[in-house]
Write a protein that binds this ligand. Structure first.
Ligand code: IMP
Length: 424
């Protein structure tokens, strides 16, 4: 396997967890490089369903090193719960198979609270996951964040926490009419968490500089249109989601990434607010939500659903320099008589073929396909798919001008088809 990065090409929830789980059989190291526990990656093995928020899904495999890179924001309580839950079902997690960068920023309780309060006050709501992601990244760029290296050093932690509370408590009181945080209660609770996390913390750059011969798999979270720069700003998350951040967000700039996989669902979903040109409002929405289980893995919110948007995908391919495509959840479309894909937009009679600056007030122009009316989850090869499904996939490939390598046709680990023989 070449060193590989895998990112979502839509608004997240493309089914990346399952694909990472599949690809990481050939990897030695699996790396998260951005985001935090706003992500929810689901993997279904024959025994159990696992939802990961922070730890790379590679942890389910023996002899893999999982890395939480410097671009990730870590909520210590969530991380420890995730480790505990894995241990409970017999999956070993130790400093041997989990490395956390000492440069990661820590999500503190005040980040979570301010995320909710700010959202209530906003005129233009984002619909955040309320996990404190935005406020934590905000502190990072404001240079008042608490990094993992400070967190595990009781003196540095006390100094930074005091400094933060001195600034933040008056904001809580004056802007939101809320009580602030007492230093002692936060410090005492978080100091204990830090002690448990300390063994996993290391200088990731240093550690892997000597191990460059390993095979690296970089696991993106969220999706391209939630990227802070490339996404539908301001309705985005606060990190760089795109493939080019894999090196910076991991601290592993010396790794040569050859393969850039983009994952797209066979239709489109979005959680939270923001423009969504192909969004559906009626029966097909109910069908996709039910059939696709389109409820957030992190917040349980119903996902907005719509047809596949190829104008968006073409943009995401450029933005991430994707050289291989993966289509997921094709099986979900199985009982639809007609399937549509957006090939351009219309804005007051003007045709728009390329990604526009704003996605507001666009009317999608669709190409319609016949459905295949068949359960394809047990199909074992691309050639055995119904003709209508192949036509759908071939059209996507032709429009986008890049090959589809894998097609996911079910929830289970093994329900993946290779479009071309010998694909790895
Ligand atoms: P935040 O990342 O919690 O600040 O949320 C910002 C926006 O990104 C909201 O619309 C969220 O619903 C969305 N979002 C964040 N993480 C994910 C994800 O993993 N999947 C889908 N949407 C996400």
């Amino acid at each position: 396997m070449n060193n590989t990065v895998l990112v979502g090409l839509q608004w997240g929830d493309e089914g990346k967890g399952k694909i990472i789980d599949y690809l990481c059989r050939d990897a030695d190291v699996v790396v998260r490089f951005q985001g935090g526990n706003n992500a929810g990656h689901t993997v279904i093995t024959n025994q159990k369903k696992f939802v990961f928020h922070l730890i790379p899904s590679g942890i389910l495999h023996k002899n893999k090193i999982c890395v939480i890179g410097q671009g990730v924001v870590v909520d210590p309580e969530i991380l420890l719960k995730e480790i505990e839950n894995l241990k409970k079902v017999g999956i070993p997690v130790s400093k041997k198979n989990l490395k956390i960068s000492n440069f990661c920023h820590i999500i503190m309780p005040y980040h979570r609270i301010i995320d909710s309060l700010r959202e209530q006050k906003r005129v233009e709501k984002i619909g955040t996951t309320k996990r404190g992601i935005g406020p934590c990244y905000k502190d990072r760029v404001s240079r008042c964040g608490i990094r993992m290296g400070d967190f595990i050093d009781p003196k540095a932690f006390a100094f930074k926490l005091k400094d933060n509370l001195r600034e933040k408590n008056p904001i809580f009181k004056e802007a939101y009419g809320q009580k602030g945080f007492r230093f002692n209660s936060v410090y005492n609770k978080y100091k204990k968490l830090a002690k448990k996390i300390e063994p996993f913390v290391c200088d990731v750059t240093d550690y892997f500089y000597k191990r460059q011969d390993k095979k690296f798999l970089f696991e993106g979270a969220q999706g391209t249109f939630l990227d802070i720069d490339a996404g539908t700003y301001p309705f985005v998350t606060s990190s760089s989601v795109v493939a080019s951040n894999a090196l910076l967000g991991s601290g592993l700039a010396f790794i040569n990434i050859k393969k850039r996989f983009g994952v797209a669902k066979a239709y489109t979903t979005r959680v939270g607010e923001g423009p969504f040109p192909t969004e559906l409002k009626a029966e097909v929405l109910d069908y996709l939500q039910d059939e696709g289980g389109e409820f957030g893995a992190t917040t349980g919110r119903p996902r907005r659903c719509g047809w596949l948007d190829l104008v968006l995908l073409k943009r995401a391919i450029k933005v991430n320099s994707i050289n291989s495509l993966i289509i997921t959840k094709l099986d979900v479309l199985g009982n639809l008589g007609k399937i549509k894909v957006c090939i351009k937009y219309k804005k007051s009679e003007k045709i728009i073929k390329n990604f526009p600056y704003s996605l507001e007030n666009l009317k999608p122009v669709y190409k319609e396909f016949r459905g295949w009316n068949k359960d394809i989850s047990k199909v074992k090869s691309f050639s055995k798919l119904p003709k209508a499904a192949k036509t759908y996939l071939n059209f996507i490939e032709k429009y986008l001008g890049i090959p589809i390598n894998f097609i996911s046709v079910g929830k289970d680990r093994e329900e993946i088809l290779k479009k071309r023989k010998g694909e790895k």
